[in-house]
Design a protein around this ligand. Structure first.
Ligand code: F6P
Length: 496
């Protein structure tokens, strides 16, 4: 388990003092990687804190664990699995990289066939999947597919039929291809949505709906059982975790919607970030430094949440994506060895878009009693052709918030006083492109991994989601009795 005591006992300077102490602070604490300028200077990491974190990283064998991850050895002990998402980007075990490439080429070939009309006149892609089988493709399409997407792509995750109704309302069932995305191919919501989508196609005059379905899965046997022809199953390795699966066939809607070249650029962008993570010293390693800042606030100042604000509409789904990545990975109470931990693990990830959030939640960030580390993400290049004043205003606001959180302002009237010394990281991207978005996502993946190693936990399992699933099954199989009185009464009120 990590020993935070040395870190805790250091002299912790206010942010403004850290800048006074070191003229070079901005350049020292800014990493330029893969089109991302990551400025961590407005965090409380000073030289002493960095040294203390490096000592903890040594204790926790961060370099050894990084090597384990990169080599494709077992890094997920509870499921006895490796974590092979990096091999999709060409890094790691040679054989695994070659296998990933083969499967990607299989996806490419199927996409080329669909583009050439092999499945009829396809105009719409309806993707059903949930969690990691939806959030990545959704983010990619929302960020990059606003103009010029080759197909209309709709991604349905919720079991609420209203989500399906909304998704297909402008789709022609005869011109729709259904992609069923599920690593396990057993997820209730996804299989129900797949069946509903096929019924909708059949009612719309498609004589062989199953012939319009493709499967994206690590469990091809289940997809075959479902009735999907082997030629339309795009498998991936089961050692690619669900929340890391947009790099393999789960990324199908992005690969077909944005085009293969764009999809490859996403992978290359991620690979550029992988190189920083895999090869840089800890003090120049963007994901590592970001994780140190995360841990500083959870362990030293007791932050329970971390907020991410995208100052770019194209990245509005990033907080949703990161909620799964970070909270499903690191929301744990035991170490990799199953020992209870007596320190905080993952903070709650939340966020929104700027400038909207400034007029809604920023009051608490500036004056609330919680100190919430904030991450701002902005792009130098706008995602539109309107008057550049829009973009200037957007960026100015973004930078003003970081400055205000740090500087604060005193006032005799305490209601008008700002404490300041509130931390933020600002990521300025050249533009929101396939490559920079790939790099950004990879940055968060590695940061999540480093956080887990430093906390001594396993980020690659997610047993916490099982109990609710089991109880839902039990309720639907056995009806309202046998549960706690509140649950039974709710069931009766809803269904009887
Ligand atoms: O219930 C959680 C979870 O297992 C996630 O980890 C996963 O991304 C999601 O459900 C969907 O699972 P699948 O891809 O197997 O349908």
């Amino acid at each position: 388990m990590p020993n935070w005591n040395a870190l805790k006992s250091l002299n912790h300077h206010p942010l403004t003092r850290l800048f006074e102490l070191d003229n070079e602070r901005v350049s020292k604490m800014t990493q330029n990687v893969a089109g991302l300028r990551i400025d961590m200077s407005k965090t409380h990491l000073g030289d002493e804190q960095l040294d203390a974190f490096i000592a903890i990283a040594k204790e926790m064998d961060l370099l050894g664990k990084r090597e384990t991850l990169l080599s494709g050895a077992i890094i997920n002990p509870t499921e006895e699995r490796s974590a092979l998402h990096i091999t999709e980007r060409g890094l790691g075990d040679e054989q695994a990289v070659a296998e990933a490439k083969l499967l990607q080429n299989r996806m490419k070939a199927l996409i080329e066939a669909i583009d050439a009309g092999a499945m009829g006149d396809i105009k719409h892609i309806l993707h059903v999947g949930i969690g990691g089988s939806a959030l990545g493709p959704k983010l990619l399409m929302d960020a990059l597919g606003r103009e010029d997407a080759k197909y209309d792509v709709a991604i349905v995750s919720n079991v609420d039929g209203a989500a399906m109704a909304e998704a297909v309302k402008d789709f022609d069932p005869q011109k729709t291809l259904l992609a069923v995305a599920s690593k396990t191919f057993t997820t209730t919501e996804t299989l129900m949505n797949a069946q509903t989508a096929m019924d909708w196609m059949t009612q719309g005059g498609v004589s062989d709906a199953i012939g319009r379905v493709i499967a994206l899965t690590a469990n091809p046997e289940k997809a075959l059982e479902f009735g999907i022809d082997e030629s339309r199953i795009l498998p991936f390795n089961e050692n690619v975790g669900g929340r890391y699966s947009l790099w393999c066939s789960i990324g199908f809607p992005a690969a077909i919607g944005l085009g293969w070249d764009a999809y490859e650029e996403i992978l290359q962008g991620a690979a550029a970030m992988d190189a920083n993570f895999a090869n840089s010293d800890l003090t120049e390693n963007a994901p590592v430094l970001a994780a140190f800042a995360d841990l500083y606030y959870t362990q030293i100042t007791g932050a329970q949440t971390r907020a991410i604000f995208a100052y770019d509409e194209r990245l509005r789904l990033l907080p949703d994506y990161l909620q799964q990545l970070e909270m499903e990975s690191n929301g744990k109470s035991v170490t990799s060895e199953g020992e209870p931990i007596d320190y905080a693990s993952s903070p709650i990830t939340w966020g929104g878009v700027g400038t909207d959030a400034q007029h809604a939640v920023f009051q608490l960030l500036h004056q609330g009693t919680h100190v919430i580390p904030v991450e701002f993400i902005a792009s130098k290049t706008p995602g539109h052709d309107f008057d550049p004043i829009h973009h200037e205003t957007l960026l100015t606001n973004c930078f003003a918030q970081g400055a205000a959180l740090m500087a604060g302002r005193d006032n005799d009237d305490k209601a008008r006083s700002y404490e300041g010394n509130r931390p933020s990281v600002t990521i300025l991207i050249e533009d929101v492109t396939p490559a920079t978005l790939g790099a950004l996502i990879a940055y968060y993946e590695h940061r999540t991994f480093v956080n887990a190693v430093m906390l001594g936990i396993n980020p690659f399992d997610q047993y916490g989601v099982e109990l609710g699933k089991e109880i839902a099954k039990k309720i639907s199989n056995e009806g309202p009795s046998g549960f706690d009185p509140s649950t039974s009464a709710l069931m009766k009120a809803a269904f009887e």
